[in-house]
Design a protein around this ligand. Structure first.
Ligand code: SAJ
Length: 453
């Protein structure tokens, strides 16, 4: 390589470009700038560029962003935002942090990765380092990212420039796992790429840095992690359906099984949301199919997870039939729209999929979420439930916001039934049906409990 990139990493003179200022790119920009590098943030959103260059957080929902720290770094010109082309030009290390969604048929949508690679390729210089933090299936960095980089630069990956895959492991909103402390996996197109990638990350990652032998090994590591989680959730959701028919309380059984050293608890619920566990496994399935291997078990687990909003709807229908409640005319309040508790992130939220199922059945659903204002919910086109002055017949718990665990449901005088889509509620005065908790058990307790009053 013509330039001494390692020396520039060591003396912090290497200029860093980060393409995609989202859940991954923004926190990454801050910790790299804080480590002493100049960071050029490339963004397609004019709004984000303007906010960032005014020292304002373009993602206010990200609790982990320290606004003051960001403001200082912008004022010191350690972070500058611009369009992607400008940000990529005259930089030495280029990090791709763009989204990797799916097309409607669940096949990988690498549009943003190709666009970022094209942008980088146009101004790529000998000795530069390109890092892909975007989560893709094994082989995609080599077959897509490297190919586009080479086509647009006339240079050769591994020979003229370095390429590393280091899939993000961000856990949005979880302050227990900050970007600095999350362990990192790094795999390069060549040993020297891996080595320089590790030297760079060591400057700002406190967590353990593990190097692997190739781009594919790094991509496969991320895919394995999230497929493992999707598989376990998929099975526990299936097991919950069995428990519902067999007088078994799944939460009791999971607690008991957790006394075994090799059992990692997972919990059934109204479904699986977010942008990792819903999507990464399909990237793995697609990569495997290209290699002629069908990952049937994983695909079935994903279908199990995707079936849960409907399953919970069927629980609701069954309970209404048993209780003589006319669902069509009942007032249903959905508590919580986020994809998981204690976050405002609604991407692929199963609670909203559930809400859509009810709406399509002509059942009006009113939404309450303590993390959103009524105006925000209305701006999403949702009907809102106002705790202060409204009543409802049925409450469905859509996500495990901690506030719901101690919520006083007695204040809803007309309440007749709760469907606990996350199995988080303690016993209530009204019947509560959970997922896999064999509601008869809980309903008997509830009725018994309520007769005592
Ligand atoms: N969920 C269940 N049952 C469970 C666990 C989760 O139904 O036992 C549901 C959640 O409610 C949510 C979805 O699955 O709807 C995903 O939950 P998650 O805890 O996996 O949260 P994510 O999507 O933010 O996952 C992230 C991932 N991080 C990255 O991909 C970088 C994932 O790899 C982590 O395992 C996860 O955080 C974590 O462990 O916190």
């Amino acid at each position: 390589m013509v330039k001494n990139l390692l020396g520039m990493v060591e003396d912090k003179s290497a200029r860093v470009c980060i393409l995609g200022i989202g859940y991954v790119g923004l926190p990454l920009s801050i910790i790299i700038a804080q480590a002493g590098y100049k960071v050029l943030c490339g963004e397609v959103s004019e709004k984000k560029i303007n906010l960032l260059n005014r020292g304002l957080n373009p993602l206010p929902e990200l609790k982990e962003i320290d606004g003051n720290k960001l403001k200082c770094l912008v004022e010191e010109k350690r972070i500058i935002a611009s369009d992607p082309e400008t940000a990529a030009t005259n930089t030495d290390i280029k990090i791709i942090c763009v989204p990797t969604p799916m097309f409607p048929d669940k096949s990988p949508d690498l549009t943003s990765v190709k666009s970022a690679s094209r942008t980088i390729g146009k101004s790529l210089k000998r000795g530069d380092l390109v890092i892909s933090e975007s989560s893709v299936g094994p082989g995609m960095t080599r077959k897509v990212t490297c190919k586009v980089l080479e086509e647009n630069s006339g240079l050769k990956a591994g020979q003229d420039f370095h390429v590393v895959a280091s899939p993000e492991r961000i856990d949005p909103g979880n302050l227990a796992h900050t970007i600095e402390t999350i362990p990192k996996i790094i795999g390069g197109v060549s040993d020297s790429s891996t080595s320089i990638g590790k030297s760079f990350y060591q400057k700002f990652i406190e967590g353990e840095i593990t190097t692997v032998s190739s781009l594919e090994a790094a991509e496969a590591t991320k895919m394995l992690e999230n497929a493992y989680r999707a598989l376990n959730i998929g099975f526990i959701n299936e097991f919950a359906k069995f428990c519902d028919t067999s007088g078994i309380d799944i939460m009791e059984v999971v607690r008991a099984a957790s006394t075994k050293w090799s059992f990692q608890p997972h919990y059934p619920g109204i479904g699986v949301g977010g942008h990792c566990i819903t999507k990464d496994p399909y990237y793995l399935i697609s990569a495997a199919e290209e290699a002629g291997v069908e990952l049937k078990t994983l695909r079935n687990a994903l279908w199990s997870n995707e079936s849960m909003p409907h399953y919970v709807f069927n629980l609701l229908k069954k309970d209404c039939d048993e209780m003589g409640l006319e669902l069509k005319t009942a007032k249903v309040a959905l508590f919580g729209i986020a994809y998981k508790g204690d976050t405002r992130d609604i991407r692929n939220s199963p609670a909203l999929i559930f809400q859509n199922i009810l709406e399509r059945q002509g059942i009006a659903t009113y939404v309450y979420d303590p993390l959103f204002t009524e105006k925000e919910l209305k701006d999403m086109g949702l009907k809102t439930f106002n705790l202060e002055n409204e009543q409802c017949d049925i409450v469905v718990i859509g996500c495990d916001h901690p506030q719901f665990k101690s919520f006083d449901f007695k204040q809803i005088k007309s309440l007749k039934l709760i469907i606990d889509g996350r199995n988080i509620l303690p016993k209530q005065d009204v019947p509560v049906t959970g997922v896999g908790t064999n509601s008869n058990l809980r309903r008997k307790d509830a009725i018994h409990h309520s007769t005592r009053i």
